[in-house]
Write a protein that binds this ligand. Sequence first.
Ligand code: SF4
Length: 309
Amino acid sequence: MNPLKLISTSDDETFELMHEANKLRQKYKGNKIKLCAIVNAKSGKCSEDCSFCAQSGHHHTNTAAYPLLSSEEILQAAKGAEKNMGATCFSVVTSGKATNTKAELATIGQSLETICQETKLNRCVSIGILTKPELLELKAKGLKRLHHNLETAKSFFDQVCTTHIYEERLNTIKAAKEIGLEVCSGGIFGLGESLEQRIELGLTLKEFKVESVPINILNPIPGTPAAKNYQPMKPLEVLRLIATYRLLMPKADLGVFGGREKALGPLQPLMFLAGANVTLVGDYLTTKGQQASQDLEMIKALGLEIDYA
Ligand code: SF4
């Protein structure tokens, strides 16, 4: 299998590529779809300059900035995601290269403990670069999975972020793997990366044996550098990316998260038939998602079911 050849499939042959990817989704994931939800627990004023990000302090966007929510507020968000949206996995997300004062880490740990006690949700955090002792502290509080996107290929990273290096991101993933946490790591596409670089990222994720791979498609935020040179990905191009990643990582959870509504438009339900088995319900970090009820309808109409396991 040559992944570059797969992702370079013509429009005419894209549905055949999807058919092969869909067979793998059915084989390894059955007819079940996982639903994740997030809370933006600390927003804005980030020291980093990621070109796509509305929360970077380097860009001028209208995004709200606020300090870390209390553990009670995080718990209430988790309960709402479980009860109102059918989410089965919940991630506490904070802005910043690395969150974390000791007090912030303690608050997040406390929220994990109560989410563990008061919901059936799978617990995840996405709070930037973390050391092994910090990860161990959170694991002891009930953390099951670390979300930490690599964002893009190593060979393109300096075009996306100049304030930290790729190795720092890789080290966080390595540390999480070493202490037995599941890892959810993917990227954001449509930043100007080449097809080769999309494959480069996929091969890195495969090498690290990450359990879950979220695909985000750039939804350009006014005021960010990425919005200035925005070249939208075509819906069939997005479907080829999803299908190629499924073929590359047959057993991984493969999600389509931010930007899916805008990038796929009327073809959105096909993301599952291209091999995805996870999506994110509710709002994204700084942009609105479609209604959770629409997601549930879409899944049902395809003859698929929510994975409540
Ligand atoms: S993606 Fe994360 S690290 Fe980069 S600017 Fe946004 S909040 Fe900061």
